[in-house]
Design a protein around this ligand. Structure first.
Ligand code: 1GP
Length: 261
């Protein structure tokens, strides 16, 4: 009998969480960065203590653009490079893993399971580590909400997000991502993260609109495990470094969860 095993990247993330660490991932958008710029920012993030690089964006880019970008980043960092796909053209064989995600509050079948069913064979052929994740998009005024045809979740109604997150956990997804959208005016409110934390045991990823160390700390205090930042690194790497520092020095009094099987 063949067994499904948790891959290396997921193991790496979960071991850190189990040790009581919080995780920072830097998001690089292929539409915003040339391969040279991407590898420069990625290596600065690694130096600053970031735990991994995510590559993805909401609008169109080709698979060859994605390949070039991922190769360039891989040549300059040792931390894992994880694809954050918006479509099948995001699948690059050069990455270490892919968030195999479903936009659970989309009204379009394509973003819930259509693209995933088209991309699955490619992920398997490339031997990419697939990390199953439920993806929830909040607020309406962002590219991801429009492109993903999301019926956006209300930012301040944590109980609604908690229902989706619990469903994701029961469907076997091993991470849940609370997304305010890249460049969002406001990050996901702590109360909403708290409501999701109360409902689920799987790690919570939070991103969108995080521009200050305080935003990251508030999210972590509310129960986030992984903080994703993108825009701020393009605006000012110094600010991004401060956020990474805040995430990596965050101490919780709560006992870390057990995520590893
Ligand atoms: C977007 O959550 C990420 O998918 C990051 O958002 O660009 O606002 O940091 P920012």
């Amino acid at each position: 009998m063949r067994h499904l095993r948790i891959g290396k990247v997921e193991q790496y993330l979960l071991s850190k969480l189990e040790a009581g660490e919080k995780i920072h991932l830097l998001l690089i958008d292929p539409e915003e960065s040339s391969p040279e710029n991407a590898s420069r920012i990625a290596s600065k993030a690694e130096e600053a203590g970031s735990d991994g690089i995510m590559v993805g964006g909401s609008t169109f880019f080709s698979q060859s653009q994605m390949d070039e970008l991922v190769k360039s980043i891989k040549s300059s960092v040792g931390i894992p490079v994880i694809i954050f796909p918006n479509n099948v053209t995001s699948i690059s064989r050069y990455a270490d893993a892919i968030w195999f995600m479903s936009l659970l509050n989309s009204v379009d079948h394509y973003f819930i399971i259509g693209a995933q069913s088209q991309g699955a064979v490619l992920v398997s052929q490339y031997g990419l580590e697939a990390i199953p994740m439920g993806y929830l998009v909040f607020g309406g005024d962002t590219a991801v909400a429009a492109m993903g045809r999301a019926l956006p979740l209300p930012l301040n109604r944590g109980e609604v997000a908690a229902c989706y997150a619990l469903a994701a956990q029961y469907l076997g997804m091993r991470f849940i991502y609370l997304e305010a959208g890249s460049g969002a005016q406001r990050p996901i409110p702590p109360q909403t993260i708290k409501a999701v934390r109360k409902a689920v045991a799987i790690p919570i990823v939070v991103g969108g609109g995080i521009r200050r160390p305080e935003d990251a700390v508030e999210a972590l205090k509310a129960g986030a495990d992984i903080i994703v930042t993108g825009t701020i690194a393009e605006e000012s790497f110094e600010r991004c470094r401060e956020i990474i520092r805040a995430v990596k020095s965050f101490k919780t009094w709560q006992t870390p969860h057990h995520f590893l099987p």
